[in-house]
Design a protein around this ligand. Structure first.
Ligand code: MG
Length: 121
């Protein structure tokens, strides 16, 4: 199952990717913002099994992206990985269909623990 990592920070995408690869997840895709993520997710033949989304991104933020993903994919879990601790934003993301919320700084062990709940290798 493909995991799509969406973050405007190259460093964060790299760190997340490394954690996933080290845990044995190799079917990975990346996007730099919400619009880019939709392009990747809607590519014919692509089936995303798990979304990992940043909140604050240019062009389309992670909260809006949750709503856009849910228009065509009601199943795949969506994990928000963010420095954002704003309760209103968390609530909004949940309402739109986000599955979980992990606060940065990135803790690889904690993150992989959550991924394991959702994705079989
Ligand atoms: Mg960001």
């Amino acid at each position: 199952m493909k995991i799509l990592i969406v973050d405007d920070s190259t460093v964060v995408r790299t760190v997340v990717k490394q954690a996933l690869v080290m845990a044995g997840y190799t079917d990975l895709a990346e996007a730099v913002d919400g619009l880019d993520a939709l392009k990747v997710a809607k590519t014919p033949g692509t089936k995303i099994g798990l979304y990992v989304l940043d909140v604050n991104m240019p062009q389309m933020d992670g909260i809006t992206l949750v709503g856009e993903i849910r228009k065509f994919d009601s199943q795949a879990p969506i994990i928000m990985l963010t420095t954002e601790t704003d309760k209103a934003k968390m609530t909004k993301a949940k309402e739109l269909g986000a599955t979980g919320w992990i606060v940065k700084p990135f803790d690889a062990e904690k993150f992989i623990g959550v991924v394991k709940l959702f994705v079989k290798k």
